[in-house]
Ligand binder design. Structure first.
Ligand code: ADP
Ligand code: MG
Length: 226
């Protein structure tokens, strides 16, 4: 009986995941289709270039969605190794610099110089930082400042990500991490679910303080590897 229940639960999770993937990938595919069709009849070189840009962007988005779901379904301990978290933080910040620049956001980083090791998965921790940084930048519609501060005590590392963007109501904060919760026109509403999941897998914690119209502070901590 118990075995059957587990099997049924696994099947329903699988059904949910497949439904989510097809739901999420549908948008970029539809958009891509539209631009490919438009390309056929377009003579202006400039506009063709613009369309190709959209197509590449949408293909990338579809790929990201699939990648995010794969990351979710991977076994937890698949690739847990000792990783230098301050190094991965710097790496992720650098990746996001062009995006920040195009949104007129200045990033201030106060990182740890030291080796700071935690047990985790390098790709996933990057994905987590990137999602958080991206959300903060997107929250600053007219530009702003993004503060990233890392600190270390005897057995934990803490990372704060602080923006002076649109902020959230308590109700919005409570919905964070719920699949498909988004306030953005082009949002997937999957980023925070993935962030929560990754942090949990690595035995970390995440807290949020936010005020509508003022800004948001995400506080993350991870146990240091001994
Ligand atoms: P998406 O970014 O695709 O909307 P996420 O799961 O990453 O999906 O985020 C869900 C929602 O949480 C966002 O649409 C936004 O409303 C809110 N949010 C997340 N981070 C922030 C932030 N730093 N400032 C304000 N709102 C945020
Ligand atoms: Mg997001």
């Amino acid at each position: 009986m118990r075995k059957e229940l587990i099997k049924a639960e696994k099947m329903s999770i699988l059904t949910q995941i497949s439904a989510s993937i097809s739901h999420e990938v549908k948008n970029p595919i539809t958009i891509t289709q539209g631009f490919v069709e438009a390309l056929e009849d377009e003579d202006s070189k400039e506009r063709r270039k613009e369309y190709v840009g959209y197509i590449l962007e949408e293909l990338q988005r579809a790929q990201n969605i699939i990648y995010e779901f794969l990351a979710l379904t991977k076994p937890e301990f698949d690739s847990m190794t000792s990783i230098n978290i301050s190094k991965e933080l710097s790496y992720s910040v650098n990746l996001m610099k062009p995006f920040a620049k195009s949104h007129k956001v200045k990033i201030e980083v106060d990182n740890i110089d030291d080796q700071c090791m935690i047990l985790g998965d390098r790709q996933k921790i990057r994905q987590c930082f990137i999602n958080l940084i991206k959300n903060s930048i997107e929250a600053m519609e007219n530009g702003g400042e993004l503060w990233i501060k890392a600190n270390k005590n005897s057995n934990r590392i803490s990372i704060d990500i602080i923006d002076n963007g649109v902020g959230m109501t308590p109700n919005e904060v409570s919905k964070l991490g719920t699949p498909y919760f988004t306030t953005k026109e082009e949002g997937t509403g999957l980023g925070m679910m993935i962030v929560f999941n990754i942090i949990k897998t690595m035995k970390g914690e995440i807290k949020v303080e936010s005020e509508k119209g003022k800004g948001t502070k995400f506080m993350i901590t991870f146990p240091l590897a001994s």
